[in-house]
Structures are given as structure tokens and as C-alpha cells.
Design a protein. Structure first.
Length: 129
């Protein structure tokens, strides 16, 4: 019997856990595609993985795709190593969190924190419908 995956229980654990971009990519890939990667363009499950760029290449349409494509992370210069602790912090904040507090916690600019909050909050509301 396999042991259930342990997820971070504190902010410091979340920052340590998600500090490795390969761990972040694998974490998001497992959430997004529980049965393995699927090409978002053609739906094909045949792929190859480009480890140096953390991209999948579809064997049918020959297009490359990442875990960020089609998500709140798309078109963001911030890496998953910042996004995932931010989501953890927002989800575990009892009274909400300001962009200033998020910026201080993740050592990013307030403008970046504001951008993240405006992407994360609507996606969080969609999950409760």
C-alpha cells in the first residue's frame, strides 16, 4: 500500500517544499492531469518530455506545452516556486491577505503580489460554485 503524499502544513514548509521548480512542475502536473499529460490543443496523450525546459511535446500535433498553459499561471514571469506558496498562503489565511503582506512573505514586489492576488481570488471563487 502506498503512503499518501504529505503536503505542507505551514508557510515555511510550503516555501521549502515548493522551492524546487521540478517539484512544483510535478505537483501541478499531477493536479492538472491525474492520468498523465494531455495535449491541450489536440487531446493526444502521446508525448515526450523535454526535461531541460520542463515542457511536453505532443507526438500528434508536434506542439509544445507546459503545466502553465491555460491556467492562472500562464503569461506570468513569476515561477511556480512563487505561485504555489502564494496559493497556500491565501488559502490558509483566515481573514484574507493584502498584496503588501503577500509581497513581504514571498520577497516579491507589491505590484507582482497584486497581480497574483487578482488571478488567484477569482479562481478560488470558481472552485466554490
Amino acid at each position: 500500500m502506498s503512503q499518501p503524499e504529505q503536503h505542507p502544513k505551514s508557510l515555511i514548509e510550503a516555501i521549502r517544499y515548493f522551492s524546487d521548480i521540478d517539484v512544483c512542475t510535478e505537483f501541478v502536473a499531477k493536479l492538472r492531469w491525474p492520468n498523465g499529460p494531455v495535449c491541450p490543443r489536440c487531446g493526444c496523450i502521446e508525448h515526450s518530455y523535454l526535461t531541460t525546459r520542463r515542457l511536453w511535446k505532443c507526438k500528434a500535433c508536434k506542439k509544445q506545452y507546459s503545466v502553465k498553459l491555460g491556467t492562472i499561471f500562464e503569461d506570468s514571469a513569476l515561477g511556480l516556486d512563487k505561485w504555489l506558496p502564494a496559493i497556500w498562503l491565501i488559502a490558509n489565511s483566515k481573514n484574507g491577505i493584502s498584496s503588501h503582506e503577500l509581497a513581504r512573505s514571498l520577497d516579491i514586489t507589491q505590484k507582482s503580489a497584486w497581480f497574483m492576488l487578482h488571478r488567484i481570488r477569482p479562481s478560488d471563487a470558481d472552485q466554490h460554485l
